[in-house]
Design a protein around this ligand. Structure first.
Ligand code: ADP
Ligand code: MG
Length: 352
């Protein structure tokens, strides 16, 4: 269509007026909060939104995404992709969902980086220990040994181009309990951002993912777990944005036997629940990394755990160890930096 200069002016002028009239005035954002049970825990979402309706829309979409991930990663549901895949992909490659592949890939990288301290294929052992906790009895040594041989990340093969997985041994089982909550928190934050809600905090009990800082603030105020000091102030308080924080420890899930306490975190080499009273907090750019790293470092223990943390450019770690009634704390160099500069900046390559 050809418009004459005059008609062009005629059309444009009122449009400019309208545009000026409807120019969005920056709205003030308020804090909204919602909680729902998912993945065997409570997911809490805090979000800054212009109004209740946008916040509600965000909560609904975020919880739907978390629910979708629970259906993929639950090892309590026999029909979940995670539960089915070890049988279906025995001896030949099977294409999996992007979510499962992403988690399997991140797990494999961490397994390689930690000499197998973190292992997604730890299912046979974690199922055995789950039963042991229910029975209040240590698993038999032979049962532990036969579970160990069904575990091992080197028996899982990933093909990135084809997005397939393959397993070498029968009766293998995956367990994403040490990584899926962090990943779900990341995904929830991303869903909120896609809806224009850029300042959010998603917490799956001890696994937190954060986007931009609350309006006018330098970050989300995160108190680092004070471990056995519920009545005392937090050990450290950080102001974080676009970061993730995960804490792993004995928590409620442990087994007491013969005067010893066995954690729900298992050392894949010995097949035994950890006995040291250690709480690890890992801070990274994404929840998938922070969650899995906190679990892995718990297995590695203080010295090797800190060495691993120092080898990772985007990982800050704080460890509390309790022995003989005394609590000692250890901090990675990156964690000390965070205490001083109070913001999480990515250095080098992104971890995802
Ligand atoms: P929480 O579930 O309490 O947040 P973690 O993130 O540390 O704690 O995850 C612990 C869970 O990870 C266990 O309940 C189990 O499902 C799984 N797991 C236990 N040991 C290992 C391991 N060595 N590698 C990978 N996952 C593990
Ligand atoms: Mg974890």
């Amino acid at each position: 269509m050809v418009l004459s200069t005059t008609s062009n002016k005629f059309v444009i002028a009122p449009l400019l007026v309208l545009a000026a009239f409807f120019r969005p005035v920056p709205k003030t954002l308020s804090l909204y909060e919602a909680v729902e049970p998912h993945m065997g825990t409570l997911f809490r979402i805090k979000v800054y939104a212009p109004d209740q309706i946008s916040a509600q829309r965000g909560f609904q979409a975020a919880f739907e995404r978390i629910d979708q991930l629970d259906k993929i990663f639950s090892d309590y549901r026999p029909e979940s992709e995670l539960s089915r895949i070890t049988q279906e992909a025995l001896g030949h490659p099977v294409r999996v969902s992007e979510d499962l592949f992403r988690v399997a890939q991140a797990s494999e990288q961490l397994s390689i980086g930690t000499g197998g301290a973190f292992d997604l294929t730890i299912g046979p052992l974690t199922h055995l220990w789950r039963q042991a906790r229910q029975d209040h009895r240590l698993p038999q040594a032979e049962a532990v040994q036969s579970a160990i041989v069904r575990c091992g990340y080197t028996k899982m093969h990933l093909d990135t181009a084809a997005r397939t997985v393959q397993f070498d041994a029968p009766q293998m089982l995956l367990d994403a309990g040490g990584i899926a909550k962090g990943y779900a928190a990341d995904e929830a934050v991303m869903v909120l951002a896609k809806l224009g809600l850029h300042s959010a905090l998603v917490a799956a009990s001890g696994d937190l993912a954060l986007s931009d800082a609350p309006p006018g603030q330098t970050g989300w105020k995160i108190g680092i777990d004070s471990f056995d000091r519920a009545d005392k102030p937090f050990t450290h308080v950080l102001m974080l944005s676009n970061a993730a924080v995960s804490t792993s420890g004995n928590g409620e899930q442990h087994l007491n036997s013969g005067g010893k306490t066995y954690s729900h975190i298992i050392d894949p080499k010995t097949g035994m629940g950890l006995q040291d009273d250690v709480t690890v907090t890992a801070i990274s750019r994404h929840g998938i990394t922070a969650d899995a790293a906190a679990t892995a470092i718990s297995v590695l223990g203080c010295e090797r755990g800190l060495a691993y943390a120092e080898s990772q450019p985007n990982l800050a770690v704080f460890i509390l160890v309790k022995s003989d009634g005394r609590v000692k704390s250890f901090e990675s160099a990156r964690f000390q930096e965070l205490l001083h500069d109070n913001s999480f900046k990515e250095t080098g390559e992104s971890d995802r």
